[in-house]
Design a protein around this ligand. Sequence first.
Ligand SMILES: [Ca+2]
Ligand SMILES: [Ca+2]
Length: 127
Amino acid sequence: MEEIRRAAEAYYENLSDEKKRNARFSFNEMDKNGDGKINLDEYAEYLKKDNTVLTHPSLFTALDKDGNGSLDFKETIVLYYIMQSGRALFCQSCNTFLADKRRNVLENIGKIVAVTSVADGFGCSIM
Ligand SMILES: [Ca+2]
Ligand SMILES: [Ca+2]
């Protein structure tokens, strides 16, 4: 997960101000009760309209870096990155988010040319 996080942070840093505002806007939209963090309910509620594999609780857990059960803005940058890039490391058949399992594969995110896309969302195809 660390590799994705680093990639996401670098991605975010290089966004235009407009896109940064957009990321912040998405966060605020997700944060239904406005307490500045996203809990699992808010997370699932927000994402279910897209009906993606991203709603899987294992991704929420992976995003929650400090393990406090909620996501602050920084933690959601990874989610934003995954959504924007259309990339997710989710194995549909084994029903698991692969970030930790495939840690060795993720040592260098730049070398990953194709991962299971959110849009397709099937299989464990990391090439
Ligand atoms: Ca909240
Ligand atoms: Ca957290």
